[in-house]
Design a binder for this molecule. Structure first.
Ligand code: CTP
Ligand code: MG
Length: 231
């Protein structure tokens, strides 16, 4: 499977002066944990890391330290995640029929999740990892700040990555979405806009996206527990 890792952000909400993916987590940069899952996946054989040129040196060192023997390509990202993924898609080898996209910031995803998504993508054209929402979600009026409705929680799922697609179709969605000026925060949203089916694969509760300093602390707790359980 071909895997694209969007890693070209700046980590504004982390409040850090550099890309949050370079921050240390249990002795390794955050991105190293994400790449470790890719390294240990049975199906992933090609990894495209989408980044900004100022981070390439660090990214290359991370890849070297992991002893990654799979094919790795460094691809220049854009100013939004959407742009970064689009750039990544255009740099995929021509033989790539299907692709998984997995955020660098979701550094706790397991190799098993990558492999389950790969296998599920054999029978569909689009999928995302997701988990049932635990909180009750309110729809709130942005001006009055009054609650408008409470959607039935049984129909609500929290989207994660990996997200997987047929390359040709996702590329078409990106190209057309760009032309129409659509801004999306994940790739499934583009598929949905064109009424293409997107399947849900059971995600992982621990597969959080490290966004703020609190997430980093939680990620450390989860990794510590994993290491204890493996002893
Ligand atoms: N990303 C990317 N290109 C961008 C912006 C984001 O490849 N122009 C990547 C990030 O590196 C991250 C993933 O998309 O792995 C999810 O984005 P997010 O968690 O929002 O990371 P940042 O954009 O870095 O953080 P923030 O929004 O707080 O600045
Ligand atoms: Mg962002």
């Amino acid at each position: 499977m071909y895997l694209l890792i969007p890693a070209a952000g700046s980590g504004r909400r982390m409040g850090s002066s550099r890309n949050k993916l370079l921050l240390p987590l249990m002795g390794k940069p955050l991105l190293a944990w994400t790449l470790l899952a890719a390294k240990n996946s049975r199906h992933v054989h090609w990894i495209g890391i989408v980044g900004q040129p100022q981070d390439w040196q660090d990214f290359k060192e991370i890849v070297a330290d992991l002893g990654l023997t799979k094919s790795v390509r460094f691809i220049q990202g854009g100013t939004t995640r959407q742009e970064s993924v689009y750039q990544g898609l255009r740099e995929l080898p021509a033989v790539a029929e299907r692709v998984l996209i997995h955020d660098g910031a979701r550094c706790l995803a397991t190799p098993d999740l990558l492999d389950r998504c790969t296998e599920a993508l054999e029978d569909c054209i689009g999928l995302i990892a997701a988990i049932p929402v635990k909180d009750t979600i309110k729809v709130v009026n942005s001006t009055s700040h009054l609650i408008e409705s409470t959607p039935d929680r049984r129909n609500l799922w929290a989207a994660q990555t990996p997200q997987g697609f047929v390359v040709e179709q996702l590329l078409q969605c990106h190209t057309e979405g760009l032309r129409r000026g659509w801004e999306v925060t994940d790739d499934a949203a583009l598929f949905e806009q064109f009424n293409l089916p997107v399947k849900i694969v059971a995600g992982e509760e621990t597969n959080l996206k490290v966004t703020t300093p609190v997430d980093l602390a939680i990620a450390e707790l989860i990794l510590r527990k994993r290491m204890r359980d493996e002893e």
